[in-house]
Design a protein around this ligand. Structure first.
Ligand code: MN
Ligand code: MN
Length: 456
């Protein structure tokens, strides 16, 4: 019997075959990430993979039976994957795995376009918690949808192919930045300065409005390609995200840098686990929208949709939905702040999670005196520990940084509020919410094994 607890490193514990599995799994993850920059992209990609894995569209009026595999795409921005098991759903409940698929980014304002000094710009309003200075002078891609009058929808994705142009937000040259460099990080780049350059070629024959010839030319291009006019921006959801693909990091390729690990790095292993598991339980995976802005609205985790899905499953078996909820169990998977030795002072090293040390379990999140947290019970932590240990899952536990230096929350509390035992499990990330975040391949794979063990 081990009397002392020692954190394990996934890579150190892995033999050659396991290492190969870890690196293989990462290839599938990177592919998913590259196709999942926004919650819309991620939901559509998940739908595609669900169809390939034998899932069929879900209906709230259908009677499900054991063996059924369904998916519910909620408004194109939030998806539920449902796999019905043999166990009695009233007594056994549902094994629920949750993650979010929205990531911090720059949304377009409703009236975004203007021209000044020979350049055409789009004004943005940032979404989620960003450090604004990180979004200047990097390649950006434009993703989203525009509604045309009459209900026709245009999908937009520009900046991801090598042949595509990218978009660009300027920063001040160091030569003229003596005033700017005296400002605090949060003030050096203001929200109203996050204006992306989208054109520089004046129209030759611009007709009535000779003052804005570049803007006229850009609108002309957009109209030719998408059929949109300037007013259509008011009925759109367009955003700038970092352009480019997920890349291996390090001479050994042990890590991955990419946009949007938070929280696709948890959604992907959950999705693979529901596809791959052969479970007697009914399993539901939920990929939510709006986590970065409070989880409100029709596609956020505070929406009633999850209760409606649970009720539909319960009614299929003439079970009481309340009983089903109370007997359900949930893993709420979201990233946590991995210990970063470069910024050691904001961590408490005995209670931090570490890169490559496995699935990161957080009993509680929150700020100050654990404010606004789903504080998992000792009983449920004990259950999770047994589930993971039985299947050899490498996991660790820690807090998001040292006390009173900040803090953060996840969607766990919204599931907990439904009367469902829920624990935060995720992946440690470095540079969270930066345009390119950093994670370890070992931890994504460890989370996949954790989800498989949970579904079992
Ligand atoms: Mn997150
Ligand atoms: Mn986040």
């Amino acid at each position: 019997m081990e009397l002392k607890y020692t954190r394990k490193n996934v890579y150190k514990e892995a033999d050659g075959a396991e290492l190969e599995k870890i690196y293989d799994f990462a290839e599938g993850y990177k592919h998913f990430l590259d196709n999942s920059k926004t919650e819309r992209d991620a939901s559509v990609e998940a739908e595609k993979l669900a169809l390939e894995n034998g899932f069929k569209p879900f209906s709230f009026s259908e009677k499900l039976k054991a063996g059924d595999k369904r998916y519910f795409l909620n408004r194109g921005k939030n998806i539920f994957l449902i796999k019905v098991g043999k166990e009695d759903v009233a007594k056994d409940g549902i094994r629920i795995m949750v993650a979010h698929v929205d990531s911090p980014r720059l949304d377009l304002k409703p009236n975004p376009m203007y021209e000044e000094a020979g350049l055409c710009y789009l004004k943005t309003h940032y979404y989620g918690g960003i450090k604004k200075y990180q979004w200047t002078a990097i390649p950006l891609a434009l993703h989203g949808v525009v509604m045309l009058p009459g209900g026709k929808k245009k999908d937009v994705c520009i900046g991801e192919e090598d042949s595509d142009p990218i978009f660009y937000i300027t920063d001040l040259l160091p030569h003229l930045a003596s005033e700017q460099s005296q400002k605090t990080l949060g003030k050096a780049i203001e929200g109203e300065n996050l204006n992306a350059v989208v054109g520089g070629l004046p129209a030759v024959d611009c007709g009535e409005d000779e003052k804005e010839t570049v803007k006229a030319a850009v609108l002309n291009l957009l109209n030719k390609k998408y059929g949109i006019t300037e007013v259509d921006f008011q009925c759109s959801e367009l955003c700038f995200v970092p352009a480019g693909r997920a890349r291996d990091v390090g001479f050994d390729g042990a890590l991955i840098s990419a946009y949007g690990h938070d929280d696709k790095v948890c959604a992907y292993p959950e999705m693979r686990a529901i596809f791959d598991c052969d479970s007697p339980h009914t399993v539901v995976a939920v990929f939510a929208d709006k986590e970065e802005v409070g989880s409100d609205g029709t596609t956020g985790m505070q929406s009633k949709v999850i209760s409606d899905v649970i009720e539909t499953i319960a009614h299929s078996f003439n079970a009481n939905p309340i009983e089903v909820r109370y007997n359900s169990k949930c893993i709420s998977a979201d990233v946590t702040a991995g210990y970063d030795p470069t910024y050691a002072s904001v961590f408490e090293k005995r209670n931090s999670t570490y890169i490559s040390c496995g699935a990161a379990v957080s009993k509680y999140t929150g700020a100050r005196g654990k404010s606004s947290t789903n504080d998992t019970s000792a009983e449920y932590m004990g259950f999770i520990r047994d589930v993971f240990d039985k299947d050899g899952v490498i996991w660790q536990t820690g807090e998001l940084g040292a006390i009173d230096l900040g803090g953060g929350g996840t969607v766990a509390k919204y599931i907990g509020n439904l009367g469902i035992d829920t624990v935060d499990v995720g992946v440690p990330v470095l540079s969270m919410h930066a345009p390119y975040e950093l994670i370890s391949k070992a931890d994504v794979y460890a989370l996949y094994k954790a989800c498989l063990a949970f579904c079992k």
